[in-house]
Design a binder for this molecule. Structure first.
Ligand code: SAM
Ligand code: SF4
Length: 365
């Protein structure tokens, strides 16, 4: 993998990343609009919507949010009815799964209403990703009753002192693991765990984190560190490849590829060679980009449509949503047009890569 041979300015250049958030997307061809589904100019169909409901967070993970991060004004965030409307229109265009994300989605004061609204309006699976710092049995029960199907939880280290340094929070790994147990107890499954390894910080913990998959019978996924942090601290020397992570895990737990990943899946998944429960997933956007079968579209907390996590262009759906005269057909057409602009790939490991101005927490991971 050639990442280490590229210079940092090449990899983390933002010179070319002024984002166009004012103009509407150019119209997709008439036959594409007429087909009423979201398909891009490379033939990929959108089935999976990542809806960021807030950019706020109670953590400041070193790979995601700088301590001095500034959040968007509350009035710029989509309201609950606007979120539900977008979900309904997206489902009418073929979206089958909606993942609520952020920032930290559990900080949203109307999370239950958002879940219930989407459930009532759209025949989709509703998933959520969280840092698990604010979970309780009562809240999980409420969200499940409202229509939440499954949860993904982020956990990057099992060592309390490292956890504090990495997340810059007062939460502990034990709190997160309690959240894992609660989600399993409430049937918010299949549950997945996410970890980002950073060289010199937590890259020696791959086997210990992999062991969580065995302990809880869940999928533990390792995501390669991407240049999407607000501190712009990413550099290739801190990046740990999926291959290196896999080798470290296999020293303790031999793995067998499952071979049943959907083409659009972000992860390559493996079972334990000794038949233990649980699976290991590797999400390798840097070393093995999976753009070819991407089925995802993202909408930010302030209603910008991003056809790719790494788009340097985004489209302002919120203005349209707030225009009295805009009917659902206009929203649908906007989503179809925005999808048509989806870039072929993000090219992280190429000299032409430009880091988007928006960070992961402001896009929604
Ligand atoms: N706050 C929630 C959480 O942490 O799970 C949801 C939002 S967070 C932005 C979604 C996912 O993005 C997390 O699993 C996090 O580890 C991942 N993430 C954030 N910044 C990243 C980066 N620079 N590279 C790779 N993954 C990142
Ligand atoms: Fe917050 Fe999630 Fe980003 Fe950590 S990764 S700072 S928990 S949004």
């Amino acid at each position: 993998m050639a990442v280490s041979r590229l210079s940092l300015p090449q990899l983390v250049s933002c010179a070319a990343s002024r984002e166009d958030s004012i103009a509407p997307p150019p119209p997709a061809p008439a036959e594409v609009r007429a087909a009423r589904r979201m398909v891009d100019s490379h033939g990929r169909v959108i089935r999976d919507l990542r809806l960021s409901i807030t950019d706020r967070c109670n953590f400041r993970c070193v790979y995601c949010m700088d301590p001095g991060v500034r959040f968007m004004a509350s009035e710029s965030l989509l309201t609950t009815p606007e979120i539900v409307r977008v979900a309904r229109v997206a489902a009418s265009l073929g979206v089958r799964k909606i993942r609520l994300t952020g920032g930290e989605p559990t900080l949203h004061p109307e999370l239950t209403e958002i879940i219930a609204g989407i459930r009532a309006a759209a025949p989709v699976e509703i998933a959520m990703i969280t840092n698990a710092s604010r979970l309780s049995r009562a809240a999980l029960r409420e969200w499940k009753a409202a229509g939440l199907s499954r949860v993904t939880i982020s956990i990057d280290t099992l060592r309390p002192e490292r956890f504090a340094r990495l997340t810059r929070s007062t939460c502990t790994p034990a709190d997160v693991l309690e959240g894992v147990a609660m989600c399993l107890g409430e049937g918010l499954t299949p549950l997945k765990l996410n970890a980002v390894l950073i060289r010199g910080l937590n890259d020696d913990e791959a086997p210990a984190l992999a062991e969580l998959a065995r302990r809880f019978g869940v999928e533990m996924r390792f995501i390669e560190y991407m240049p999407l942090d607000s501190g712009r601290a990413w550099d290739s020397s801190k990046w740990v490849s999926a291959g290196e992570t896999r080798r470290a895990i296999e020293e303790r737990f031999p793995l067998v590829e499952c071979g049943d990943d959907e083409a659009s899946s972000t992860a390559r998944t493996f079972a334990f060679g000794d038949g233990a429960p649980g699976r290991i997933g590797f999400i390798a956007p840097v070393s093995s980009p999976f753009c070819g079968a991407c089925s995802r579209l993202r909408i930010t907390g302030d209603g910008k449509v991003r056809a790719c996590l790494f788009s340097t262009r985004e489209w302002d759906l919120r203005s349209l949503l707030r225009r009295d005269s805009a009917g659902d057909d206009a929203i649908a057409e906007f989503l179809i047009d925005a999808t048509w602009t989806k870039q072929e790939g993000h090219g992280i490991a190429t000299p032409r890569f430009a880091q988007p101005e928006r960070t992961m927490s402001a896009i929604g991971g």
